[in-house]
Design a protein around this ligand. Structure first.
Ligand code: SAH
Length: 382
């Protein structure tokens, strides 16, 4: 509930209080976490009939999220999301699992005073070896002042910065203390897996590769070469380690790997022959605010045209966007228009959205979308 919809307060609240909403006739409407300074003044936890938010209630709320994911993953996937914020009824809170390590990330200071209670609940229900607490940038100062530095170890034992886990049988490391998000881009798991299904014999270019997630899947799928391109040298070094960790697999052992540290926009603007069979384009969010939407659409257009210039006939383009302010239809439209403009005939093969452990239960929560296109092989033009 936004601050400007509050008509009156019975008494002043402090961030982290439970706030109760009553309607004009003083009937109970909902209960939520009060945030004294945020434009989102109350994050709703419960609506409907009044109910005490006691220990049993919190436990039920946690188990509902856990049970939603119970059947999704076998033992070959030990890195996934347990709680996806407001979509699971936990506004401003994310919980990810990497093996036996849990990483909880808080996006509002309203959760700070509940950290000890949450830690006890997670220990009692999920029995992790380790619980790391992370904070979004805007919460870090308040967290530090409350005695919780970024990467706070709240569980039974502390551990290393890098934590191994499995994604569809592949070994990866999550940077749980300092890495982006909670240490890995778990939300792209299904797209990575899909890419691995069509890379046999392919020369693969992974733009915005980060720690090489798409590349390891592509290598297992039999790619001849994989080229990681990222602006971050540490991310590229980690990508190399992730490939190395999977060398017991024939595809990974045989792949030729190249790492390019560069700005993807500048690199694509250079003239170069089309030498790739698969190009994956997975940039960071290009529109963090509504005002950046138009520039983001232009940037996506540039990326698509640049990627197409590197694609051989018959090649495949996989383009993803994680900008919440760019809708799926807008993004797909820009990509399709880019390919049409190139004059090269193509077939659209799929579009994808959120993976099942990152559900989007309201329109504003949907940020992730990807599109798969294939250029026609040479000689099929009329
Ligand atoms: N595909 C990855 C996630 C990509 S995250 C995965 O599956 O894990 C976005 C990446 O883009 C980050 O690693 C960041 O370092 C990189 N990046 C940001 N701006 C860039 C630029 N201008 N050129 C190249 N890489 C960039």
């Amino acid at each position: 509930m936004f601050a400007d919809s509050v008509r009156s307060l019975h008494r002043e609240g402090v961030t982290g209080d439970l706030g109760v909403i009553f309607d004009r006739r003083d009937r109970f409407l909902a209960i939520g976490l009060y945030d004294a300074t945020s434009p989102i003044r109350l994050r709703i936890l419960h609506a409907g009939a009044p109910e005490p938010l006691d220990e049993a209630w919190w436990r039920r709320r946690l188990m509902a999220a856990v049970e939603r994911r119970a059947a999704l993953f076998g033992p070959d996937t030990t890195g996934h999301r347990w709680i996806h914020g407001e979509n699971d009824g936990w506004p401003g809170l994310v919980l990810d699992r990497y093996g036996t390590t849990l990483v909880m990330k808080l996006y509002t200071a309203a959760w700070l005073r509940r950290i000890p209670g949450l830690t006890a609940l997670l220990s009692a229900t999920l029995a992790p070896d380790r619980i790391v607490v992370r904070f979004s940038r805007n919460v870090r100062d308040a967290a530090a002042a409350a005695g919780f530095p970024e990467g706070h170890e709240a569980g039974p034992a502390a551990g290393p910065a890098q934590v191994p886990f499995l994604e569809r049988g592949l070994i990866f490391e999550a940077g749980v203390l300092r890495g982006q998000k909670t240490g890995f881009f778990l939300d792209q798991r299904e797209n990575r897996h899909r890419v691995g299904s069509f890379t046999s014999g392919a020369r693969v270019l992974n733009l915005f590769s980060h720690t090489g997630g798409f590349s390891v899947h592509a290598a297992r799928g039999g790619a001849r070469t994989v080229t990681d391109l990222d602006i971050s040298a540490p991310a590229l070094a980690e990508a190399r380690r992730n490939l190395e960790a999977n060398r017991h697999l024939p595809g990974v052992r045989e792949v030729r790997h190249e790492a390019v540290q560069a700005d993807a926009f500048e690199w694509l603007a250079r003239r170069s022959p089309p030498e790739f069979d698969v190009v994956v384009v997975d940039p960071p969010s290009l529109a963090r605010r509504e005002a950046e939407r138009t520039d983001a659409l232009d940037a996506y257009g540039h990326l698509v045209r640049g990627a197409l210039r590197r694609l051989r006939p018959g090649g495949r383009l996989v383009a993803a966007s994680c900008s919440a302010h760019v809708s799926a239809p807008e993004f797909f439209g820009v990509v399709r228009a880019g390919v049409v403009r190139s004059g090269r005939p193509f077939a659209e093969q799929a579009t994808t959205g959120h993976p099942p452990d990152h559900p989007a239960t309201f329109p504003e929560a949907a940020y992730l979308k990807a599109i798969y296109l294939r250029l026609e092989p040479a000689g099929q033009r009329d």
